[in-house]
Ligand binder design. Structure first.
Ligand code: PRX
Length: 632
């Protein structure tokens, strides 16, 4: 058995070397730390051509036994989850490992009695309440594949995800609380299900005590479903490579794709990366502010921490309610030791004034993390100096839905820190920078396409129902490499700095959207003929969405049309994807072959029209003059 925790930078260097020299021995040793029904016949079998990646081949396990049962004897009374409600006046709720085990077994039994079987897909559309965690683990307990959909997505986006996964069941609540707002969820599910024939059952948790419509034979209240279901639920034995979950994410083309993670590799890597990046110690209180609707919540609120026997805080609310000191109040209240949030939250709280931070005692913090988007130097320094009091390491975690776990990051307090640099790769991760023709860039400080040249245990296995899409998207750009879609640089010491997406993916407040996805939504508006969407820098959100829209007639009232277009986007995707700027144009800059020159639109959106580059291939250069003149 190999110990998981690295405890110095020298140790890191040595472990890294071992992991690269002999990945099978390295990961086999780490995997010995977990409980298996049957050990593997082979640690790794792979090729990036099909692609086919199998870790711990032949092994059998259940991930929830490693998160719950394994800890009961020693940590049964330890807090597994501390749930902090949206309303500061409401009571928090705590689940010890024993209580979480009991709740998961009870709900897993309920799922079975409602007809859910191993391999069935279950869609979760829930607020950040303990029932979301319980439902995720209950699915994993019985081998059902969970697909969590962020509760900010619209009925149409939810329906797309349910249909793609052919989910048999949806689990939701009447509604959710977010700041001062109460937002309906069940009615969104009802609308989505008008177009989803695969769903047989809907389980509804009463979160707001609303009196809502329940469809006879299809809908059942959570409390009715768990009646008489208490008691153990044997964990279903899963093959190492059985699917654990699907999580939809946006790419540069088409509809969002269902990224698939499998049981064993994801388990080993999320636990390993959590313990090393956050240097979690047995008495620590850890808090990640993400939503479980995104990969960060999956890997670093639930799976990684609970596999490690940690105490993980789950927060229902938002950073600015009731005021911009809420995060810091919670840190002080629970004496949080490790804290993880997104640059967007850091920037918005930085703008709210230092007094919100200064009035709370943050002396418990040891490691503070940033994830989801590049962190600019100003935000990094504020986070380091004010939140971390100059005494905590800032760990900048670079990774993706597809990578399952953190790939490049500082480890706890001992890695060298450099603002805006994510740092060094974790053991087992082999990042390279490629130039356009696919050769590896060896020089320092040169930007290239960030690719990974060998598999790590939590790499995505496929995109649900469409393996070819997985191959084309991630493994066909450069033969033999996983293509991340990000541009990056490496300094002379080997530290990586992530520049951002080089494809048509926009990152707004750490949320990924494909330009095509938003354009398709805008084009649903009756008067819209076509549209082109680009990202542009935004001081708080990192990036914002700028839409160039062509309509069939003169738009008499631009403001009215803008509102309507935003409504259409909210309906098709959700309010999180609203374009901030909408410019009506008479045509888009296209090449003779009909391709939109987004490069030009990006420049316009950025307000940098001094050098638009080569426009000689444009079909109608006059279009560009008009766009520049009327730029918002
Ligand atoms: O562009 C990178 C950016 O977010 C993308 C992945 O988004 P998603 O799959 O939603 O996962 C977010 C949480 C891991 C990446 O391709 N990104 C993520 N983390 C960072 C980042 N960009 C810069 N620095 C980071 N730390």
């Amino acid at each position: 058995m190999k110990k998981i925790q690295i405890n110095s930078f020298e140790d890191y260097r040595q472990q890294y070397q071992e992991s690269i020299n002999n990945p099978e021995e390295f990961w086999g040793g780490i995997a010995e730390n977990f409980n298996w029904h049957k050990k593997w016949d082979q640690v790794l079998d792979w090729n990036f051509d099909e692609p086919k990646v199998e870790w711990f081949k032949g092994a059998r396990l259940n991930i929830t036994e490693n998160m719950l049962d394994r800890h009961l004897n020693t940590l049964g009374d330890k807090k597994a989850i501390i749930w902090e409600p949206n309303e500061p006046g409401h009571s928090p709720k705590t689940y010890t490992y024993q209580e979480l085990y009991d709740a998961v077994c009870e709900f897993a039994n309920a799922l079975k009695s409602q007809g859910v079987q191993k391999g069935d897909r279950v869609c979760l559309y829930l607020p950040m309440i303990p029932q979301l965690a319980i439902a995720v683990l209950a699915c994993a307990r019985i081998g059902a594949i969970h697909s969590v959909v962020f509760a900010g997505f619209s009925a149409s986006a939810l329906a797309d995800r349910i249909q793609d996964a052919e989910a048999k069941m949806v689990i939701t609540s009447d509604g959710l609380r977010r700041g001062v707002k109460e937002v309906p969820l069940k009615s969104v599910v009802d609308e989505a299900l008008e177009n989803c024939s695969s769903v047989e059952r809907v389980i509804v948790f009463s979160c707001l005590n609303w009196n809502i419509d329940m469809q006879e034979k299809r809908d059942i209240w959570w409390n009715d479903a768990i009646r008489n279901q208490a008691g153990p639920c044997p964990a279903t034995s899963m093959d190492a490579e059985d699917m654990l979950f699907i999580l939809y994410t946006s790419g540069s083309t088409g509809k969002p794709k269902g990224v698939v993670h499998s049981c064993a590799g994801y388990m080993v890597y999320t636990a390993y990366s959590f313990q090393n990046v956050y240097q979690y110690q047995p008495e620590d209180i850890y808090w990640c502010t993400a939503d479980i609707g995104w990969i960060t919540g999956h890997s670093y609120i639930l799976y990684g921490p609970l596999l490690s026997g940690a105490t993980s805080i789950m927060f229902e609310g938002i950073p600015t309610y009731p005021d911009a000191g809420r995060f810091w109040e919670i840190v002080a209240k629970y004496k949080v030791n490790q804290f993880l949030t997104a640059p967007t939250a850091i920037r918005s709280l930085m703008g709210a004034g230092d007094e919100h931070v200064e009035k709370h005692d943050l002396s418990s913090l040891k490691v503070i993390g940033s994830v989801g988007e590049p962190i600019n130097a100003e935000a990094w320094h504020w986070y380091h100096d004010k939140v971390g009091r100059g005494q905590c390491a800032v760990v900048d975690n670079w990774w993706q839905t597809e990578t399952g776990g953190i790939m490049i990051s500082g480890l706890g307090n001992f890695s060298p820190q450099k603002p805006t640099y994510a740092g060094y790769p974790l053991p087992g991760i082999q990042p390279v920078l490629l130039n356009q023709d696919g050769t590896e860039i060896e020089e320092a400080d040169v930007e290239g396409y960030l690719c990974i040249k060998a598999p790590w245990p939590s790499i995505l296995r496929t995109t649900y129902g469409d393996h070819e899409r997985c191959r084309v998207t991630y493994f066909s750009h450069y033969k033999g490499y996983y293509f991340t879609g990000d541009g990056a640089k490496r300094d002379a010491d080997g530290m990586f700095r992530i520049i951002g997406r080089i494809d048509d993916v926009i990152n707004v407040s750490g949320h990924r959207f494909g330009t095509a996805e938003i354009e398709n939504a805008i084009n649903e508006h009756e008067q819209v003929v076509e549209s082109a969407v680009v990202g542009y820098p935004h001081p708080i959100k990192g990036q914002s969405i700028y839409a160039f829209v062509v309509c069939d007639d003169e738009i008499p009232e631009e403001e009215k049309a803008r509102i309507e277009i935003k409504e259409v986007v909210a309906k098709q995707i959700g309010k999180i994807a609203l374009p901030e700027k909408i410019q009506f144009v008479s045509g888009l800059p296209k090449t003779r072959s009909g391709k939109i020159m987004r490069r030009i639109l990006r420049k316009v959106a950025e307000g940098d029209v001094s050098s638009l580059g080569d426009t000689s291939t444009l079909l109608d250069p006059a279009v560009v003059d008009e766009i520049v003149q009327k730029a918002l």
